[in-house]
Design a protein around this ligand. Structure first.
Ligand code: FES
Length: 117
């Protein structure tokens, strides 16, 4: 995969986030401190999909079991998740936000969420 348009800049106000499926992958883009950041929008604890209202006070809060991820790094703070959110490259081009989905990200997500064979 490659760069894909995610949304208009104006639909992600400061301090908020937006979740959208891009190329089959849930993606969350947040805007905090004037900076956009993007992550695969799936919690690495038990694979709940994050939601638009997950961004609160500098954290991304998982709707599953309440893990709180640092909005800048994606690192977990509570301890339920042992891995950070998967970070993605993000760019603002004019009035639009773009995200870069690396090759194989969907296949890795499907494998991770499928459990043991
Ligand atoms: S699925 Fe996110 S904290 Fe459990």
């Amino acid at each position: 995969m490659a760069w894909a348009r995610f949304a208009r800049v104006k639909v992600i106000p400061e301090g908020f986030g937006r979740v959208k499926v891009v190329g089959g992958v849930p993606v969350i883009v947040v805007r905090f401190g004037g900076v956009f950041r993007a992550f695969v929008g799936v919690c690495p604890h038990k694979w709940y999909v994050l939601c638009d209202r997950a961004v609160r006070g500098g954290e991304i809060v998982c709707p599953g079991h309440g893990e709180r991820f640092d909005v800048a790094s994606g690192e977990p703070r509570v301890g339920k998740a042992r891995e950070p959110l998967t970070s993605l490259r993000v760019e603002v081009r004019g009035e639009d936000v773009y995200v870069d989905l690396p090759e194989g990200v969907l296949e890795r997500l499907v494998r991770a969420t499928s459990g043991p064979d």
